[in-house]
Every structure is written in structure tokens, then in C-alpha cells.
Design a protein around this ligand. Structure first.
Ligand code: ZN
Length: 176
């Protein structure tokens, strides 16, 4: 079990556009397992590769509730084929923006094509929480964060807070 350190706002890596996974092999599957371990440990319901520092178009999701059987889904090179006109609103959070939540409006249903960890192609129509989670994670692959959908005023407040936290985390200068 490998838990990888999470990339936290305002790390510029979070704004990078991830590259497609060229080959799906044992290393890919190992990495996906590490991503799942990291997500379960956090805990979270979704994680994109860039959030552990790998700019690859890959994400993991598990929407199983506490006490339910785990239902991990590994999503590689996802493509959104279509989005519904009707939207839904969920309160979202992000492992890279800890302890901040905001309501985000997104298309209620999306059709997504992706490869699983064995290279098999899937096409799903997702709604409800899965639709929101997929869109949130796919956004990460394009350097987009859920705070990009809230008002600029609120976003600036969040950014200021996390910049200050990052500064406080940085090692202080040795004196003496
Ligand atoms: Zn996120």
C-alpha cells in the first residue's frame, strides 16, 4: 500500500494540462492502485493523477458509502462525448483544496468514453453524483478546479487563504 503526497493549492502543477496515457501496463495498474490507496486514506471519492504529481490523463473514483463494498473505478484517457442541457448542483470539495466546500452547478448527465486498467474501452452515461465526480476529475486533467466555477470574490479569498497556508508550511529560516 502506497500513499502518495497530495498536491495542494496553490501548487502550479494543479493548472497543468495532463498528457494521455500511451500504454497501459503493470506500472499503470500499480500507479492506479497507489492512487486508490491515497484516495481511500484521505478519504475522498475521486482523485486525478495530477493531484499526486503525475500529469497523466487518469483518475480514480469510488462512490461506495461507508460500510458498503468498495467499488473502485479506474478511468484512463476519458473523453466527454456529450453533456445534458439540464444541470444539477452538488456541494463539492477537493483533496487539493482541503476543508473548503462550495456548491457547483454542472450538467446533470454526461456521456463519457474511457479505458479501464486493462485497456478495455467503456462508454457510460453517468448521472447524479457520478456525473459530477467525473466532471470534477476530468477538469483536473485540463488544469481546471472547482473553485473556477464560484464567484471571483470567493475564489480570491480561497486562493489568499491557501497561499498563506503554503507560506506557513514552508520551512522557516534558521537563525542563530
Ligand atoms: Zn479535486
Amino acid at each position: 500500500m502506497t500513499i502518495k503526497p497530495l498536491i495542494i493549492l496553490p501548487d502550479p502543477l494543479l493548472r497543468e494540462v495532463s498528457k494521455p496515457v500511451e500504454r497501459i501496463d503493470d506500472a499503470t495498474r500499480r500507479f492506479a492502485r497507489d492512487m486508490l490507496d491515497t484516495m481511500y486514506d484521505a478519504p475522498g471519492i475521486g482523485l486525478a493523477a495530477i493531484q499526486v504529481g503525475e500529469p497523466l490523463r487518469m483518475l480514480v473514483i469510488d462512490l461506495a458509502k461507508e460500510g458498503e463494498e468498495p467499488a473502485p473505478r479506474i478511468v484512463i484517457n476519458p473523453q466527454v462525448l456529450s453533456r445534458s442541457d439540464d444541470s444539477s448542483v452538488y456541494e463539492e470539495g477537493c483533496l487539493s483544496i482541503p476543508d473548503y466546500y462550495a456548491e457547483v452547478e454542472r450538467p446533470a448527465t454526461v456521456r463519457v468514453k474511457y479505458l479501464d486498467e486493462h485497456g478495455k474501452e467503456h462508454e457510460i452515461e453517468a448521472d447524479g453524483l457520478l456525473a459530477t465526480c467525473l466532471q470534477h476529475e476530468i477538469d483536473h486533467l485540463d488544469g481546471v478546479l472547482f473553485i473556477d466555477y464560484i464567484s471571483k470574490l470567493k475564489r480570491d479569498m480561497v486562493l489568499r487563504k491557501f497561499k498563506k497556508l503554503a507560506k506557513d508550511r514552508a520551512p522557516s529560516r534558521m537563525v542563530g
